[in-house]
Design a protein around this ligand. Structure first.
Ligand code: NAG
Ligand code: NAG
Length: 215
């Protein structure tokens, strides 16, 4: 009865002239060996699948993740002209050269469109400059020099300015809304907008930046 069952269980056992018992133990051994091999293979496949999943996950979380580029002004601002009025007749006319820095931490370039940067004094626009369209490369910072003129022509109330001129400190705010695309793996494009918002505090006597705060 047992032999019969064995026969049925191992239909592929060779039926040559080998003595029955040898044949049986051989097939048992090879069956066991095959089983172990199969388990090993299954473990390898599972391990590989886990490894693959981790690789894909890491890839998705690092390389494929689209980060928002950061735009700010560099601290190296040069004042090529700095004319101011006095307390009783307040005015300013300032030209400065600043560096716009587009920091791209993506694993692919960030191509941005023409962007208008607006400079304000007390929420009144006192100057604008166009930042031409460009490209910040893979994990790098694009530096664009811009020459900006700001003047008090558009101001309607001058009392605050008179005060600032007395204190010899002028605060300007520069803002720009960038639009563009992050390109990943040369084919995938993702729209990404980013904003610059920097506050410049200028020492009027030394014609230097006291402070530059970018959000
Ligand atoms: C302020 O500037 C105006 C115009 O330049 C001038 O007429 C006036 O005398 C100045 N006042 C003072 C106090 O310096
Ligand atoms: C820009 O920054 C200033 C000061 O840091 C803040 O008061 C203002 O709300 C910001 N503007 C925008 C549009 O985020």
């Amino acid at each position: 009865m047992a032999e019969k069952t064995n026969q049925q269980v191992y239909p592929l056992a060779p039926s040559n002239g080998n003595p029955r018992s040898d044949e049986e133990s051989n097939t048992l051994q090879s069956k066991e060996l095959k089983r172990k091999k199969r388990i090993k293979l299954a473990i390898y496949i599972a391990a590989f699948a886990v490894f693959q999943t981790i690789v894909i996950l890491v890839f998705a979380l690092t390389v494929m993740r689209v980060r928002t580029p950061k735009v700010r002004l560099g601290t190296d601002v040069t004042f090529s002209r700095l004319n101011t009025g006095n307390e009783t007749s307040p005015s300013f006319d300032i030209t400065f050269i600043a560096q716009v820095r587009v920091k791209n931490t993506n694993f692919g370039p960030y191509k941005y469109d023409n962007t208008a940067a607006i400079f304000t004094y007390q929420d009144v626009t006192v100057g604008t400059v166009t930042i031409p369209k460009g490209k910040a490369g893979l994990r790098s910072t694009k530096k664009v020099s811009v020459t900006v003129n700001v003047n008090s022509n558009a101001l309607t109330t001058l009392s605050n300015l008179g005060n600032d001129l007395k204190n010899k400190v002028l605060t300007l705010n520069g803002q720009a809304k960038f639009t563009g695309k992050v390109e990943l793996l040369f084919v995938m494009k993702k729209k990404k907008a980013t904003e610059m918002n920097c506050t410049m505090i200028i020492y009027l006597t030394s014609k230097k930046l006291k402070d530059l705060i970018c959000e």
